[in-house]
Design a protein around this ligand. Structure first.
Ligand SMILES: [Zn+2]
Ligand SMILES: [Zn+2]
Ligand SMILES: [Zn+2]
Length: 353
C-alpha cells in the first residue's frame, strides 16, 4: 500500500484513520482517487478536500462512516449511492444486537477495504452483485447459530464470499490457527485467500489459461470434498514444502491457487509499502535487490528479488520485538513458479485503471 499524509498538516496517516491525530481534521479514503484526504465540511452532508486556496470537488461520507463508524471512505457527492464501493459489497451482516458483533463487523470491513485497495491497485475487475447478479462479488458475514449447530464455514461460492464472524475474534482465530497447525491466520489473509477463489472463476475457468493452470497447479476436477478430507487426515511430513506455499495449499489445486494468490497479494502490497516508505536494505543476496525504492516495472523477477531480503528484515525486526515472524514461510522454486503464474494472470487481467 502507498503511504498517505494529511492534506492539512502533512502528518503521516494510516489507511484506517478517520481523524488526523495531529490537526484533528476529518479524514477519508477517496476510492475514485485512490488516496486518503483531509476533509472540511461544506454543508450538512457534503465535504470537500482541504486544498491550498483551491476548491476541491464535493464528497459525501459513506453511510456506514456517518452512522456506524465502521467505514472511512467517501464518495463523490453527485453519485447516487449511500454506501461506498466497499460497503456496497457486504450483503449480509450478523445480528448486531449480539455482544461483540458490532466490533467484529468493524474488523471485517477494515480487512475487506485492505483487500479492495489491493484489487484496485492491481487493476483487477470488481463487479458487484448489482452489476452481475449471477457471478458478481458479495460478502456474507455470518455468525454461528446460538445452538452451536452448523458452524459457519469461511469460503467462496459463485461470487459470494462468506466469512465466519468468529474469525474476527483474536482469541478464537488463534485457537483455530494452533489447532490446524497453521503458521499464519489473519482476517486479511482470509479475505485475500477467498478472493483468489473468486478470481479463479473470473480469470482461469473456461479461459485460455486453464491448461497452463493445470500444468502448474494440477487438475482441479479432482474430487474436492475427498481431497480436503485426505488433507485433514494426513500427518504433516513436511513434504509439501517443495511444491506449495503452505500445507493447506497441498490439499487441492483450487486451494493451491487461492493460497498462492493470497501470498501474491501479501507480497505486492507489502513491497508497495516498503517502496513508498523509501526503504532500502544494506545486505541482500542479489545486487540491486535491496533497493526497494526503485520501480518494479511489472517484472516478477524484480518483485521476488526484493521480497526475499525484505522478509528476512521483517522477520528479524519482529523477533527483536518478541513477536512471531511477520512472514513465516519459505518459498521453494516451485512455489515461486506458481506465484509467477499468478503475477502473469493478474498482469493479463489488468483492465480499467
Ligand atoms: Zn492533519
Ligand atoms: Zn463504506
Ligand atoms: Zn479456499
Amino acid at each position: 500500500m502507498k503511504i498517505f499524509r494529511c492534506d492539512h498538516c502533512g502528518q503521516l496517516i494510516f489507511f484506517e484513520n478517520s481523524v488526523c491525530t495531529r490537526c484533528g481534521r476529518t479524514l477519508a479514503f477517496l476510492p475514485d482517487r485512490r488516496r486518503m484526504a483531509a476533509l472540511e465540511p461544506l454543508d450538512e452532508l457534503r465535504w470537500r478536500v482541504v486544498t491550498r486556496g483551491g476548491r476541491g470537488a464535493p464528497y459525501r461520507l459513506c453511510r456506514n462512516y456517518r452512522t456506524a463508524n465502521v467505514c472511512n471512505w467517501a464518495i463523490p457527492a453527485h453519485e447516487a449511492h449511500e454506501l461506498c464501493p466497499s460497503c456496497r459489497l457486504t450483503r449480509t451482516l450478523p445480528d448486531l444486537s449480539v455482544d461483540g458483533h458490532a466490533q467484529a463487523w468493524y474488523r471485517l470491513e477494515v480487512a475487506k477495504r485492505r483487500l479492495l485497495y489491493s484489487l484496485i491497485e492491481l487493476r483487477l475487475p470488481i463487479h458487484s452483485r448489482d452489476e452481475d447478479p449471477q457471478r458478481g462479488l458479495a460478502f456474507d458475514f455470518l455468525a454461528d447459530a446460538p445452538s452451536g449447530e452448523g458452524a459457519v464455514m469461511t469460503g467462496h461460492a459463485g461470487g459470494v464470499i462468506t466469512i465466519s464472524v468468529a474469525e474476527a475474534d483474536d482469541a478464537e482465530r488463534e485457537k483455530r490457527r494452533v489447532a490446524l497447525h497453521e503458521p499464519y491466520r489473519t482476517l486479511l489473509g482470509h479475505f485475500r485467500h477467498e478472493s483468489g477463489h473468486y478470481y479463479w472463476e473470473r480469470l482461469i475457468a473456461g479461459s485460455a489459461r486453464l491448461d497452463a493452470f493445470r500444468e502448474r497447479f494440477g487438475d482441479e476436477r479432482a474430487d474436492y470434498a475427498q481431497a480436503l478430507q485426505q488433507h485433514y487426515d494426513r500427518a504433516d511430513d513436511g513434504g509439501w514444502r517443495d511444491a506449495y506455499v503452505s500445507q493447506y495449499a497441498g490439499s487441492h489445486p483450487w486451494e493451491d491457487w487461492a493460497e498462492t494468490w493470497a501470498h501474491y497479494l501479501h507480497i505486492s502490497d507489502t513491497l508497495q509499502t516498503a517502496a513508498a516508505c523509501g526503504l532500502s536494505l544494506r545486505d541482500a543476496p542479489l545486487p540491486g535487490a535491496a533497493d526497494l525504492t526503485r520501480p518494479l516495472r511489472g517484472s516478477f523477477d524484480a518483485l521476488i528479488e526484493r521480497w526475499l531480503p525484505l522478509t528476512f528484515a521483517m522477520n528479524n525486526l519482529n523477533r527483536g520485538l518478541g513477536l512471531a515472524d511477520a512472514y513465516p514461510f519459505v518459498l521453494s522454486p516451485t512455489a515461486i513458479a506458481k506465484l509467477r503464474f499468478v503475477h502473469d494472470t493478474i498482469q493479463g487481467a489488468g483492465s480499467t485503471p
